[in-house]
Design a protein around this ligand. Structure first.
Ligand code: SF4
Ligand code: MG
Length: 324
């Protein structure tokens, strides 16, 4: 079957104070319709930049993005508008993308009106139907963003995205600002909607535990590069890149004392500045398995098994056993 989305060697460099910042470097993946790719990384890893490039809210410097058989870099502005209907994004802070002076029902209707979907009456009926589908009462259509909780607002954001019948939804840290119990509800809602509408997701988070439930495949980003990519089960059962192992350990050990928390952070260390990335393997200053070669030579992407890749000098060496 043809993938819904193909991302091929996409890169993005920004100029910051006269220096080059490689925000995203040579990222490739394919995504089948109805599936979820989880993208995990710390802040500054390039995950939001990548999401924006897929939507072409940001132009990539090189590489190709093929959506539904169409090479997005060749699409004219006008066609892009029609394509955008098929590709929606949900942000961490839904308030930021809602007009504070517009009722949430009007905001959802407005999204449909912009894309010339239905009549005024049919759009209004659809607003109510969508609100109900995301677990909100009818009356909420008359409420303004400041009157709603974070969880309710995120449901409104989801309803608005759904109103356009998208194929792909990019979820950029959609639950990070919510209480844990609400996070679970919103993730379950996203999963139910995916099944019902055969939605395809890119789910971006700094938290591996959050992407686990939804993802079919997971890509781990570190300083703009994919350091490991695998089917979700495989990534959790056989994490191969030392960075993925650190991320996994940090979700398994919930720190319950300040001392423990302190210890965890000192093991992990700080993320280096993307403006001045370390030579060789960019993870080497934080890596418990770093060897001399890691300080000078950049590791290539290597296959661990079918569909499972890691960018680490340990892959294929006997030492890899110790890292697992
Ligand atoms: Fe660690 Fe070396 Fe692998 Fe980088 S290449 S993750 S420093 S072992
Ligand atoms: Mg971000």
């Amino acid at each position: 079957s043809n993938p819904l989305l193909q991302v091929e060697n996409v890169s993005k460099t920004f100029r910051v104070h006269g220096k080059k910042l490689h925000a995203v470097e040579n990222v490739s993946f394919t995504l089948e319709a109805g599936k979820t790719l989880g993208i995990v990384g710390e802040s500054g890893s390039g995950k939001s930049t990548l999401g924006r490039m897929v939507l072409r809210l940001l132009e990539s410097d090189k590489g190709r993005i093929i959506f539904d058989g169409v090479d997005l870099s060749r699409v004219k502005k006008k066609e892009l508008r029609a394509l955008r209907q098929n590709m929606q994004i949900i942000f961490q802070d839904p308030r930021a993308s809602l007009n504070p002076r517009m009722s949430v029902g009007d905001a959802i209707e407005d999204a449909m009106a912009i894309h010339k979907i239905g009549t005024k009456a049919s759009r209004r009926a659809r607003v109510v139907e969508l609100l109900e589908r995301v677990g909100l009462p009818d009356e909420i259509q008359y409420a303004y963003p400041h009157e709603l909780s974070g969880g309710q607002l995120q449901r409104v954001g989801i309803a608005r995205a759904l109103s356009l019948n998208p194929k792909l939804i990019i979820c950029d840290e959609p639950v990070s600002a919510l209480d844990v119990s609400i996070q679970v509800q919103v993730i379950q809602l996203l999963r139910d909607l995916q099944e019902e509408f055969n939605l395809t997701y890119i789910f971006i988070s700094h938290n591996l535990a959050v992407v686990e439930y939804l993802s079919d495949e997971i890509a781990v980003l570190y300083l703009g590069e994919v350091v490991e990519q695998a089917p979700a089960d495989e990534l959790f059962q056989a994490p191969t890149h030392p960075y993925t192992q650190v991320l996994l350990n940090s979700i398994l050990k919930i720190p319950d004392s300040p001392e423990q928390k302190q210890e965890m952070q000192s093991i992990q260390g700080e993320v280096p500045s993307p403006l001045n990335p370390p030579k060789g393997c960019t993870f080497h200053p934080r890596c418990p398995f770093a060897m001399d070669v890691c300080k000078t030579a950049k590791p290539d992407k290597k296959a661990v098994s079918e569909g499972h890749y890691a960018t680490c000098h340990l892959v294929g060496r006997s030492e890899a056993a110790h890292a697992n």
